[in-house]
Design a protein around this ligand. Structure first.
Ligand SMILES: NC(=O)c1ccc[n+]([C@@H]2O[C@H](COP(=O)([O-])OP(=O)(O)OC[C@H]3O[C@@H](n4cnc5c(N)ncnc54)[C@H](O)[C@@H]3O)[C@@H](O)[C@H]2O)c1
Length: 382
């Protein structure tokens, strides 16, 4: 069951699950959101219909009516135990829904960031450990081959030690006009919490280093509905070996600019008197298209999530967005079949879990505190 029916569900999670259902690797899919209109729009989504002809999914609420913000509770109560629940709600709602799903004996996959405080992350990890359930955080960039290559090479010692780096992830201006303006407001989230966490997680994923302190300066701006948000952020993350990563984030790529976002990572590394460099330009993957109608220039990312025609039926999802969901499903199936333990999956460190990625929760908590303090350095909780 998927809880939430917004952009990430439409563009990555639901099509991935529907493909896995087509392959017979998951059972029937249910999507639950507070409003029927939200789930109805998923049923009507042109790309999903073209990709999965003859397939459908159950939606909650089943028909129009009042907004039902707590519907997920009764939906969870009716689910047989030890299924997979995907939580794809606004950042500030993850904690209570993930915890309730675990208490209902469900494996959980939550979109990033898992939670906003270290204590909430530990509670989730403890509940999952006690019940031998998976609590995965869906950091799909881990499944981009360039990051898996970097991880292997770094851990083989080919880069030496990370010293100084920079990363950015700036989303398109249109995000300001989306449902984001109803939840990504200053009191709940910010550009760093929303997308900066991806690159903090990647630096750990590649290097194994842990972050120890954060300072985040945010520029308050207004969404089109008048609500205030930290829509521009500049973060400095210090690591246990003294290394420093600068991370810039925003809902700030101009509408007229090419590509679907601006993103990348550069790490300068060193061993003794020799320097090494790792640089990923993640927004330009070598494709430049100019279309006829509407007349428009695009730089699509072939690696994240695309539908391709493999000869049918319908279209096949490919890319690291799909592989990430597939890896979660494979892990749940392996645990239920007794082929792998939750501890093994935590220990392997390829899937981010509540147990093995608590550093992300500690960074987010410190970052939110730093933002409130106008950018002062805040130590991550031990
Ligand atoms: N957009 C992406 O590409 C992306 C990628 C990875 C993770 N995420 C994460 O996924 C989560 C959801 O992101 P999204 O892009 O789907 O957002 P969205 O705003 O498009 O959708 C949010 C969904 O949550 C539901 N919802 C429930 N309670 C809500 C409330 N009180 N206020 C607003 N919406 C409420 C809405 O009905 C909607 O279905 C966030 O935690 C985000 O950080 C997003």
């Amino acid at each position: 069951m998927v809880i939430g029916g917004g952009m990430v569900v439409r563009e990555q999670i639901l099509p991935s699950l529907l493909h896995l259902e087509r392959l017979g690797r998951v059972g029937a899919v249910t999507v639950c959101a507070p409003r029927h209109e939200t789930v109805a729009s998923l049923c009507e989504a042109e790309e999903i219909r073209r990709a999965f002809p003859g397939q459908s999914f159950r939606v909650l609420p089943g028909g129009p009516g009042e907004r039902q913000p707590e519907l997920w509770r009764s939906a969870l109560a009716q689910l047989p135990p030890r299924q997979l629940v995907v939580v794809a709600l606004p950042d500030q709602l993850h904690y209570k829904v993930v915890l309730e799903a675990l208490r209902r004996d469900q494996h959980v996959c939550c979109v990033k960031p898992l939670v906003l405080t270290a204590r909430h992350g530990s509670e989730i990890a403890e509940e999952a450990r006690r019940r031998k359930l998976l609590a995965v955080v869906e950091y799909h960039k881990r499944f981009d081959d360039r990051n898996l290559m970097a991880r292997r090479a770094y851990r083989e010692g080919r880069f030496g030690e990370f010293r100084l780096g920079s990363a950015c992830l700036l989303e398109k201006w249109r995000y300001r006009h989306s449902n984001f303006q109803n939840w990504m407001t200053a009191e709940h989230s910010d550009a760093f919490t929303y997308v900066g966490c991806h690159y903090v997680d990647l630096v750990h994923f590649i290097t194994g280093l842990l972050p120890v302190a954060v300072s985040v300066y945010g520029v308050l701006d207004r969404f089109p509905n008048g609500r205030e948000g930290y829509l521009w952020t500049d973060a400095r993350v210090l690591w246990e070996n003294g290394a420093c990563l600068n991370v810039q984030n925003a809902l700030g790529v101009p509408a007229a600019a090419p590509g679907s976002n601006l993103q990348g990572l550069t790490l300068y590394c060193q061993t003794g008197d020799t320097g090494a460099l790792l640089a990923h330009a993640d927004q330009q993957r070598g494709i430049r298209h100019s279309y006829l109608a509407p007349e428009e220039y695009a730089e699509p990312n072939p690696d994240f999530f695309q539908y391709v025609d493999f000869g049918g039926p319908g279209l096949t999802p490919v890319g690291y967005g799909y592989r990430s969901v597939e890896a979660v499903v494979d892990a749940v199936v392996a645990v239920e079949a007794g082929e792998r333990t939750v501890q093994e999956i935590d220990g392997a460190g390829i899937l981010a879990t509540a147990a093995n990625s608590g550093y992300n929760d500690r960074v987010i908590e410190a970052a939110r505190e730093s933002l409130r303090l106008g950018g002062s350095e805040v130590r991550c909780a031990p």
